[in-house]
Write a protein of this length. Structure first.
Length: 239
């Protein structure tokens, strides 16, 4: 039986979307209000709704999450341990929704900001001159900051928001990252004049008959002997 990872990811994504459709996001506004105000009555006043509406929403939220979330404590409501664990993520989620709704479409001609790009020297020399020419005309106030790239660390930097764009080649990327093909290259084997590999078809088996060096761009040894053939090495030189 063959396992299709793409189909599995699509199924998981579809299930998450279906689950999200069942959630009333307004309930999290109620959650934050009770957390901030410490009581149902004060939360109702802050949201300009009735206390019964807040109580009903809290009941739905409890059923959805499977936790009491807030319990009576004297004259107010105290968050449970699970509510405290959820609080930061819910608050950040609400802030992200608000920022998304307030965001304005990107207009290159009016943009005044810096973009941080991670790229190797070779790619920088090949791609950036043409990009600079376009920016001068379409986005004159945009500034580019280019940093040297490392295929291992640069993905982490992108996830952390330390860079905005990576120029390079990658066998795989984490979910949620987008890629576009700028150009295509072919790998080459460099040998001395008269080397046996210059005669006949170069195959993996023939390649491994001779001493060779693989340039490992990631700085690891995990791909070793098969690095060139599996596409991890950038070039090889044979004696």
């Amino acid at each position: 039986m063959r396992y299709d990872s793409r189909k599995s990811k699509e199924t998981t994504k579809s299930a998450k979307i279906t689950q999200l459709r069942r959630i009333d996001l307004n309930l999290f506004l109620i959650f934050e209000a009770i957390l901030q105000q410490g009581s149902v009555t004060k939360a109702a006043q802050a949201l300009s709704i009735t206390p019964s509406a807040v109580s009903h929403a809290l009941s739905r939220l409890r059923q959805m999450i499977g936790d009491e979330l807030f319990v009576p404590n004297g004259s107010g409501m105290q968050p449970t341990r699970h509510a405290r664990e959820l609080a930061l993520d819910i608050q950040e989620g609400l802030e992200n929704f608000q920022l998304a709704l307030m965001a304005k479409p990107f207009e290159p001609a009016k943009a005044d900001r810096s973009f941080r790009i991670a790229a190797s020297d070779g790619i920088t020399a090949l791609v950036l001159p043409a990009l600079f020419k376009r920016l001068v005309k379409s986005a004159p106030n945009v500034d580019l900051r280019v940093f040297p790239s490392n295929r291992i660390d640069v993905v982490r930097q992108l996830e952390a928001g330390q860079v905005d764009l990576i120029l390079g080649w990658f066998g795989s990327l984490p979910d949620g990252m987008c890629r576009h093909t700028l150009y295509q290259e072919q790998e080459a084997i460099v040998v001395r004049s008269g080397h046996p590999l210059t005669r006949g078809k170069v195959t993996k088996e023939r390649l491994f008959e001779f001493p060779h060096a693989v340039v490992e761009l990631t700085g690891t040894e995990e791909n070793g002997r098969g690095g060139f053939v599996r596409g991890w090495g950038g070039a090889a030189s044979l004696d």
